[in-house]
Write a protein that binds this ligand. Structure first.
Ligand SMILES: [Cu+2]
Length: 147
């Protein structure tokens, strides 16, 4: 194959990966429950993935002192006393990535007690993986031309 042509092909493929809207899989909203353990000074899990429209229930369990969760963007918060599970249910109607953090001053590292709520399909991940694969392919082809 003409090397110029193959590079052009890769470039076109790159644009095709990066720009058009992906066929959004129609995921029916679900009810999801996550148990989030909070201890000084981290959440477990610290990343929560849901789909837009899901009804999300968080069960906050404090393993040492009083901790809470405040979710940026959703503007909701709740707290749990040690040993007492608190639940909060909300509908993940805003897509995007939102930080949640402890809303109770729980100690020295309290400001670093953060987690992430991801609402939506993670299509940027797939796009960047696709672009990286094409970049490797492009480099491989141009190296071959030099030989
Ligand atoms: Cu805390």
């Amino acid at each position: 194959m003409n090397p110029r042509f193959s590079l052009l092909l890769i470039l076109t493929a790159g644009l095709a990966v990066a720009f058009p809207p992906l066929p959004v899989p129609t995921v029916a909203p679900q009810a999801r429950t996550f148990q989030v353990d909070a201890g000084q000074f981290a959440y477990s899990p610290s990343k929560i993935f849901v789909n837009p429209g899901d009804t999300v229930t968080l069960e906050l369990v404090s393993t040492d002192v009083v901790h809470g969760i405040y979710i940026d963007g959703y503007d909701i918060s709740f707290e749990a006393d040690p040993g007492q599970t608190q639940t909060l249910t909300f509908i993940a109607d805003k897509p995007g990535s939102f930080r949640f953090r402890c809303n109770v001053t729980c100690g020295a590292m309290h400001p670093f007690m953060i987690g992430k709520l991801m609402v939506g399909t993670n299509d940027w991940l797939y796009r960047s993986v696709g672009l990286a694969a094409l970049a490797v392919l492009g480099v491989t082809i141009s190296r071959k031309q030099e030989v």
